[in-house]
Design a protein around this ligand. Structure first.
Ligand SMILES: *[C@@H]1O[C@H](CO)[C@@H](O)[C@H](O)[C@H]1NC(C)=O
Ligand SMILES: *[C@@H]1O[C@H](CO)[C@@H](O)[C@H](O)[C@H]1NC(C)=O
Ligand SMILES: *[C@@H]1O[C@H](CO)[C@@H](O)[C@H](O)[C@H]1NC(C)=O
Ligand SMILES: *[C@@H]1O[C@H](CO)[C@@H](O)[C@H](O)[C@H]1NC(C)=O
Length: 494
């Protein structure tokens, strides 16, 4: 058989489709990384300290295997090898992030590092020399510690500080960088951080902080988008949006559907509705629920800070595409009386009295939060299309964590299965998806999971001085997808 039949999940109608395994003309493939996870060189030249530098040095036990990002892939020195790998794979684009404290050591725009500029100029020019588009994330979690000392994302002035940073970044690189991600995964910065207290900054405050942070992140993004739109787009004609991570929330059974939908509004809607909906502002159902939560907790008002009319207008429409990260899903049900509920977004949702479960058939990845659920990739994209209209989608991250080893059948099949679902969304549902980004180019420092959790197409030997990078089976498979512009059979199939 050289085609497959896929039975669409019960959310959509139960019809079997013959699938077209060819990507549309012009569809682009890339791979991604992030500064703190790959660069190392945390204290070279005039680089400032980031909140992740501070966490790993003062609370090493926060990292599962006690490793840190001091050296990690050493991409600060080995960036030429990174470009070589992108070339070997035949990538159309390489998504990487800028380290704010490497570029602006004080966190403010009074000082711009020559060394930081040189590093990113080398990387950008080196990629362009090979015909690979640099896709640049302005902020991927490594906030300058100097700004954290002033409250970080809880201080409303972060909006101005981010605006200054974005202007510096555009003035340095926008002549060559045409696709931008303003902020990667607001949910991680705001919800994962303050609901667990385990990431950087290590602050546990699950009642107020996640929601206040959400507002500031959206305002910061909107300011950056407007600067680009007004001052740089006329010259360079590029694009900028957020990268929003989505975990599909599926009702455990029909009686929990309303709750599951409210949780979708919390993870997708809270970060998307203000930007992508016609009316702007918070999703109405979420606004109503979080007002009740505020009263229940004794605040006498919503835990979700209101937007002014000006703020709604500032944020609404600040997008050029929808950047979506997708990894996994959860089954949702109402918590039982007295049941203890884990932290949102991975383990439960205390503000929603919701407990999470996994389907027994779901295969686990290496990370504790990871279950393989390609069947929900397509419903998630359709949910966004139904809510916000016929947007242009760019998949900004997708991938799986495994243990070590070059024969990563699980990753090969993960990409095959997710890309098949993506093609169904394109061909059967008419969704406009323009590109796909594999997370990640090579193994790197996987935040609290340390160096043990491997997401790479390339394996990295973290004990060799050259941090030797070797392609896995998945790298060869991804290359064959790019070369054929379709989904070929894997080496594990006849
Ligand atoms: C499959 O999709 C590709 C890309 O959109 C298109 O060019 C081709 O005509 C389609 N093939 C069939 C059999 O529909
Ligand atoms: C940089 O940090 C490393 C540890 O990662 C340390 O060994 C080295 O002395 C530091 N260098 C400077 C210049 O502070
Ligand atoms: C709480 O809200 C009620 C009703 O809106 C109001 O009467 C009361 O004064 C408020 N209490 C505080 C402490 O703000
Ligand atoms: C990693 O590199 C070290 C040092 O060069 C070497 O001894 C070791 O065999 C390498 N490990 C693997 C799995 O290749």
């Amino acid at each position: 058989m050289n085609y497959s039949w896929i039975v669409v999940s019960s959310l959509l109608c139960s019809v079997a489709y013959g699938s077209n395994l060819t990507f549309p003309p012009g569809f682009k493939f890339g791979a991604a990384s992030a500064s703190y996870q790959v660069e190392g060189a945390w204290n070279v030249s005039d680089k400032g300290e980031s909140i992740w530098d501070r966490l790993v040095h003062t609370k090493p036990e926060a990292i599962m295997d006690l490793t840190n990002g001091d050296v990690t892939c050493d991409s600060y020195h080995l960036w030429e090898r990174d470009i070589e790998m992108a070339t070997e794979l035949g990538l159309h684009f390489y998504r990487f992030s800028l380290s704010w404290p490497r570029l602006m050591p004080t966190g403010f725009s009074n000082k711009i590092s020559e060394d930081g500029q040189k590093y990113y100029n080398n990387l950008i020019d080196g990629l362009l020399d090979k015909g690979i588009e640099p896709l640049v994330t302005i902020f991927h979690w490594d906030l300058p510690q100097s700004l954290q000392d002033l409250g970080g994302w809880m201080n409303p002035l972060i909006v101005d500080w981010f605006e200054d940073y974005a202007r510096v970044v555009f003035s340095l690189f926008a002549d060559r960088v045409k696709t931008w991600v303003s902020i990667n995964e607001p949910v991680s910065i705001c919800d994962y951080v303050y609901n667990t207290g385990g990431m950087a900054p290590p602050i546990f405050e699950p009642h107020v902080a996640p929601y206040v942070c959400t507002k500031h992140v959206l305002l910061a993004h909107a300011k950056a988008w407007r600067i680009y739109d007004e001052e740089f787009r006329p010259m360079y004609n590029g694009e900028i949006s957020l990268a929003i991570p989505l975990i599909w929330h599926e009702a455990l059974s029909a009686e929990h559907e309303e709750l599951a939908e409210l949780l979708r509004e919390n993870i997708a809607g809270r970060y998307s509705h203000p930007v992508y909906s016609k009316e702007g502002g918070w999703p109405p159902s979420l606004e109503k629920h979080l007002e009740e939560v505020g009263k229940r907790k004794g605040f006498n008002k919503s835990v979700l800070p209101p937007f002014t009319k000006e703020e709604i207008d500032l944020i609404r429409g600040t997008y050029d595409y929808y950047g979506m990260n997708f990894y996994t899903s959860r089954l949702v049900r109402k918590a039982r009386p007295g049941e203890s509920i884990g932290a949102w977004p991975m383990n439960g949702a205390p503000d929603f009295d919701a407990a999470f479960e996994k389907d027994p058939s779901w295969v686990a990845g290496y990370s504790s939060w990871f279950y393989v659920t390609p069947e929900y990739f397509r419903p998630q994209i359709m949910w966004l299309k139904e809510k916000y209209g016929d947007l242009k989608f760019l998949i900004t991250e997708n991938g799986i964590s495994t243990g070590p080893g070059l024969d990563d059948r699980m990753r090969v099949e993960y990409y095959r299965d997710h890309l098949k679902e993506l093609l169904l969304a394109i061909h059967e549902d008419g969704v406009n998806v323009v590109g796909f980004t594999a997370w990640t180019l090579m193994d790197n420092f996987e935040w609290n999971d340390g160096l043990g959790s491997k997401f790479g197409l390339y394996e990295v030997n973290f004990t060799s001085p050259q941090r030797t990078r070797t392609p896995r089976a998945s790298a060869h498979y991804y290359k064959s997808i790019i070369d054929t512009h379709s989904i070929p059979k894997t080496i594990y199939e006849n």
